[in-house]
Design a protein around this ligand. Sequence first.
Ligand SMILES: Cc1cc2nc3c(=O)[nH]c(=O)nc-3n(C[C@H](O)[C@H](O)[C@H](O)COP(=O)(O)O)c2cc1C
Length: 182
Amino acid sequence: MKVLTICGSLRAGSYNRKLLKIAASVAENLGAQVQNADLKVLNLPIYDQDIEDVGMPENVMEFKSMVEQSDIILFVSPEYNHSVSGALKNAIDWLSRGKKSLDQKTAAIMGASDGAFGTVRGQAHLREILGALSVRLIPSPELFVRFADKAFDEQGKFIDPKTQEVLERLMKKTFELYDKLK
Ligand SMILES: Cc1cc2nc3c(=O)[nH]c(=O)nc-3n(C[C@H](O)[C@H](O)[C@H](O)COP(=O)(O)O)c2cc1C
């Protein structure tokens, strides 16, 4: 099983990156090969049809091919103004152009925020966006890491073991969905 992780935050000290690292190790424990598509390194241009019309940029093609070669995509995003981050929405917009890289893919979504709602509104938007692109997601469990500034210990692990439990169930059910649909 090949899992590709994508983080919607570009910030080095990102809580969502911490969450992504834990999720990647859960996926590895389930036997997956995990690769990360780092949006900061990929540095995709802002989507512009004029750019697309002269040919997809090399970094966009590289990103699309990473997604196309993966079995499961794991999106971990902060919530910006009640939605997904602009960096993630832009990346998804590129994936929807040319060959539809996300079509019929199985994915998991999760997020961390320093507020009380833990990306609940951002994830609702992400679910809707991915639905438009025929991405398959499990309906539950959902993982909202609230008060993220207090959710991780110095080793980058969850302080609350229940959060780890939900994450493990989410990943396991996503793997099962992939197995059922392949
Ligand atoms: C532009 C912007 C908008 C934000 N909007 C929200 C929001 O709507 N809801 C929320 O819970 N947190 C919001 N936050 C706070 C983020 O949850 C917080 O900055 C978080 O640490 C970002 O994720 P990261 O640590 O992975 O970078 C916002 C932050 C930024 C920079």
